[in-house]
Design a protein around this ligand. Structure first.
Ligand code: GLU
Length: 319
């Protein structure tokens, strides 16, 4: 394999022989940092998760997989689901979607209502809650069983039929997700929800409650690293998805901490308050990391650190 020393090219080719040791090293280093964050206790089902867990899976575009720690443990993907619903909604309505949601970072917390009212009910981007609820609404308004459709879509992308909704987590969020209820009502009041509020919200809470492992997540986003191609799914029109979605992840994928993440890691990525982060190195690999302790922005502390170490040790930041 190509080396990563003495060569001045940026975005170097992964040294696959060295990768198992690099992942071990990252694992050893990051677990020293346990205790610096908190689990997402505003969602009842997540408050009980053991905070000190760590898993990571990297998959190359030629299907080689490398894992460390709890890479096969299923966890709540939460906002990572927004990536998949965006793919699905774009597949359904194409560019029309952008009449209802923007493509700019918000600089606000992921569940903020502040800009939505002042900006005429058009959310800043599809990865914060208001934008994601609009994206989900596109699917909800056009499907007989929308949550099921999203579940099936994700399971087909990962090739694992057991990637399903955790109904208990969904019910817990349904019972306590007052901010999301407020967002959906504001969207409806401003004419940017097609389906009924309850219908779209039900689907949104359920998609967030889907559980997947790092390995499955790395598989499910393969099309974003591989020019739309995936070994697991053929019927989805993914051809132009990589450019569109990677750019959105780079600018909007980590809430209001996206600039720091781009600076430290330098890969398009999407996080969720379940402690997962997925990232894409175009043309080379996808990676998923999970560690439930979150920083104040809602991003996994160890997840960010692990990805920073990965792109530093392998010289595979896109910059
Ligand atoms: N279900 C969570 C919420 O709506 C998702 C948040 C996230 O992962 O960013 O609050």
């Amino acid at each position: 394999m190509a080396n990563n020393t003495g060569d001045n090219s940026i975005n170097q080719i992964l040294d696959l022989d060295a990768l198992p040791m690099i992942l071990q090293q990252i694992h050893q280093e990051v677990i020293n940092e346990y205790g610096q964050g908190n689990v997402a206790d505003y969602i009842p089902g997540l408050a009980q998760v053991d905070p000190q867990q760590f898993g990571m899976a990297l998959r190359t575009v030629d299907e080689q997989e490398f894992t460390v720690g709890a890479a096969d443990t299923a966890f709540s993907i939460q906002s990572i689901s927004k990536l998949f619903t965006l793919m699905l909604a774009l597949d359904i309505v194409g560019e029309e979607l952008w009449q209802r949601v923007g493509r700019e970072p918000s600089g606000m917390r992921f569940n903020s209502l502040v800009l939505l009212d002042s900006e005429g009910g058009i959310p800043r981007n599809p990865f914060i809650n208001d934008g994601a609820i609009v994206v989900t609404d596109v699917i909800a308004a056009r499907s007989a069983a929308p949550a099921r459709r999203i579940e099936e879509f994700i399971a087909s992308l990962s090739g694992n039929d057991s990637n399903r909704i955790d109904q208990q987590i969904a019910a817990g969020e349904q019972a306590t997700g007052f901010r999301n209820v407020a967002i959906a009502n504001l969207l409806k009041g401003m004419g940017n929800l097609e389906a009924e509020v309850e219908q779209t919200l039900d689907c949104y809470f359920k998609q967030c409650a889907i559980t997947m492992s790092c390995r499955d997540l790395a598989r499910a986003i393969e099309c974003l690293a591989n020019r739309g191609k995936s070994h697991f799914k053929s019927s989805f029109h993914a051809e132009k998805m990589d450019k569109r979605i990677n750019s959105l992840m780079l600018t909007c994928g980590l809430y209001d901490a996206v600039g720091n993440f781009a600076y430290n890691v330098g890969l398009p990525a999407k996080s969720g308050v379940g402690g997962g982060i997925v990232a894409v190195c175009p043309g080379q690999y996808t990676v998923a990391v999970w560690a439930p302790e979150l920083d104040r922005y809602g991003n996994s502390v160890l997840g960010q650190l692990a990805l920073e170490k990965l792109t530093s040790y392998t010289h595979t930041s896109i910059f």
